[in-house]
Design a protein around this ligand. Structure first.
Ligand code: IPM
Ligand code: MG
Length: 357
């Protein structure tokens, strides 16, 4: 556990409550260890991630992270020093971001229903402009020059593309993969297109198409039903999934997995630390709870993972959770308790029927 900054600890607390409830109902056991990394820890100790920490993480099955970021520190310092450092250090090359709408009223796009919004973004997670390769010349002078290199490797593209094809096949929905790139303006991104065309031969039952990132943003709003699985480089994936989060109902529900298949992987809500809401018991813990669901799925506890998703879907679609923003009228802890109750109701309908008669 890395509860982190801002609202991170309070949403993670609810995620843990749901994890405990799921373990009881579905009969698996687990152990957790807390790590203090984040802004508070940095301010107190000057440490981002200690030496040897990546190796320590490798002895775990999964990492659950709340949020990292604090306005008192220079932009991106802890984000790069903790989240990005773990993503790169553990080679978590897939950032998996499902975009699924559970209730029509939560979608800001008129007329779109849950049938129209059900896709997964596979965001490459270890390359692109995020590697930090580049630098400054004559920094701070009127002649300043900065260079940031957009790095793609064949290996990095191919493993993301393969994962995405396999996912489109396994989901069995539209069996369609869309590569989102900007190969018209950034010529080297043809590497992505060529990789998709080659890997596609191994997945003859999965259709594929290409969309430019600008057009994909337009389609995401105009015709989200056209997307099934999207594969995209790191930076475009970052941007597109915030847009996707709004289409599925807001940052209060969007979760993600930072995955290296077969190795320790990290699960987190995609929202940030939202410092202004810290400690106020108003933010939705649903994104963190959904991240716990994704983690359980990854760890092979599929029935528990499905039950958590079903509980979220039922609470949201029945309007017991009216919205996923800070003005839902429900407290963070209250929502956590509602998910636990709903899980129990799903799992033991007889017992809860007795209660209501
Ligand atoms: C995300 C975040 C991070 C990213 C930031 C905090 C570095 O926006 O997980 O989407 O850009 O990847
Ligand atoms: Mg982001």
């Amino acid at each position: 556990m890395i509860p982190g900054d801002g609202v991170g600890p309070e949403v993670i607390e609810q995620g843990l409550k749901v994890l405990a409830q799921a373990s009881e109902l579905f009969g698996f056991s687990y152990a957790t260890t807390n790590f203090p990394f984040g802004s508070e820890h940095y301010l107190a100790t000057g440490e981002l991630l200690p030496d040897g920490q990546l190796d320590r993480f490798r002895s775990f099955d999964a990492i659950l992270l709340g949020a990292i970021g604090d306005p008192r520190l220079p932009a991106g310092l802890v984000e790069r020093g903790v989240i990005a450092a773990i993503r790169f250090g553990l080679d978590l090359y897939i950032n998996l971001r499902p975009i699924k709408l559970y209730a029509e009223r939560l979608c800001p796009i008129k007329g779109k229903t849950p049938a129209d919004v059900d896709m997964v973004v596979v965001r490459e997670n270890t390359e692109d402009l995020y590697t930090g390769m580049g630098g400054y010349f004559k920094r701070g002078t009127p002649d300043e020059v900065v260079i940031a290199n957009q790095i793609f490797t064949r290996k990095g593209c191919e493993r993301a593309v393969r994962y995405a094809f396999a996912l489109a096949q396994a989901r069995g929905k539209q069996k369609k993969l869309t590569l989102v790139d900007k190969a018209n303006a950034i010529e080297v991104q043809s590497l992505w297109r060529r990789t998709v065309e080659e890997v596609a031969r191994d997945y003859p039952d999965v259709a594929f198409d290409f969309a430019y990132i600008d057009a994909a943003c337009m389609w995401m709003v105009k015709n989200p039903e056209g997307f099934d699985v999207i594969v995209t480089p790191n930076l475009f994936g970052d941007i597109l999934t915030d847009l996707g989060a709004m289409v599925q109902g807001g940052m209060g529900i969007a979760a993600s997995g930072n995955i290296h298949p077969g190795q320790v992987s990290l699960f987190e809500p995609i929202h940030g630390s939202a410092p202004k809401y810290k400690g106020r018991d108003v933010v939705s813990p649903i994104a963190a709870i959904a991240a716990v669901g994704m983690m359980l799925e990854y760890l092979g506890e599929k029935p528990a993972a499905q039950a958590i998703e079903a509980a979220i879907a039922s609470l949201v679609s029945s309007e017991r959770i009216p919205s996923l923003d800070a003005s839902s009228g429900l407290g963070t802890a209250q929502i956590g308790a509602m998910v636990c109750d709903e899980l129990a109701r799903e799992r033991m309908p007889a017992a809860s029927a007795k209660r209501t008669t």
